[in-house]
Write a protein that binds this ligand. Sequence first.
Ligand SMILES: Nc1ncnc2c1ncn2[C@@H]1O[C@H](COP(=O)(O)OP(=O)(O)OP(=O)(O)O)[C@@H](O)[C@H]1O
Ligand SMILES: [Mg+2]
Length: 327
Amino acid sequence: MTGAIYAEGLVKSFGDVRALDGVDLDVPEGTVLGLLGPNGAGKTTAVRVLTTLIRPDRGRAVVAGIDVLKKPNEVRHAIGLSGQFAAVDEYLTGRENLRMVGQLYQLGARDAKARAVELLERFHLTDAADRPARTYSGGMRRRLDLAAALVVSPPVMFMDEPTTGLDPRNRQQLWEVVQELVAGGTTLLLTTQYLEEADHLAHDICVIDHGRVIARGTSDQLKARTGGERVELVVHEPGHLEPALGVVRAFGEGEPTVDRHTRRVTVPVSGGARLLAEIIRELDARDIEIDDIGLRRPTLDDVFISLTGHAAEETAEAPAPRQEAAR
Ligand SMILES: Nc1ncnc2c1ncn2[C@@H]1O[C@H](COP(=O)(O)OP(=O)(O)OP(=O)(O)O)[C@@H](O)[C@H]1O
Ligand SMILES: [Mg+2]
């Protein structure tokens, strides 16, 4: 018995780039899979293959019990997709966009209208409902795209970075919508750069890089695998970053990471509070002033860094690395 989303050996190349290099997935019905990976890892490509938008070069996929390659049209009727590249029609109003989707899915005109009203309300778009989508802000557009994906409640949903560009309130709101959907039996594959989101919503997490699955498990399993605790400190002055790195490197169990922007240094340790005290003494002896220091368990961000060598929220649009492995 395979899950509601099942893939085996998916391969997809674009010229020289192997966007997918043998990806296997199995998402049990009624659960959420968080697909994580750095920019260019192959997440959107996987979503596009599973939602029939592109054909893989090799491999097999079954979604909602339907073979994706053999019966793409049937698959399209069984799924909802909210994409990284929104499918919103710029020239229609928010309300018209939602009604159009309803009619595409063969809701009667009356039902499509009622559903549009309900979703506009839910995503705080009622005031803007009758303006063309091209006048919407980025976050409003994002919400309209999500609302469009929810016009019919399909058994299987795909959301590619659903909350990128949403403010905290709207992100929280979307999380609630997702939780309701899943409680109602929907199976969801979600990609995200926000590891907190995966932690919060996903039953299982699959980390991909260079088109391959490099780790999978629950958030707790992945954190346990990364192991150990972390000492995290913030130096008072940027000029103290280098000497602080020297200190933590001597006490740590692995390479520290540094976020120059926030002057934060993190290093895996074993030795708990006693080691923390030693680090503090050493920093003090060298007159390195610190604003904050503490011991914490690994987060999903640490898992991600240890697996892929860099942080999740680096984006192609913002090339200046805020967080990088210290050399
Ligand atoms: N249509 C295409 N033509 C050429 N190359 C492509 C195409 N689509 C994707 N690629 C390449 O395939 C690789 C995987 O891209 P993909 O969009 O799946 O990554 P992603 O994990 O979704 O990244 P991001 O986090 O930036 O959204 C990248 O190297 C990308 O440049
Ligand atoms: Mg993508």
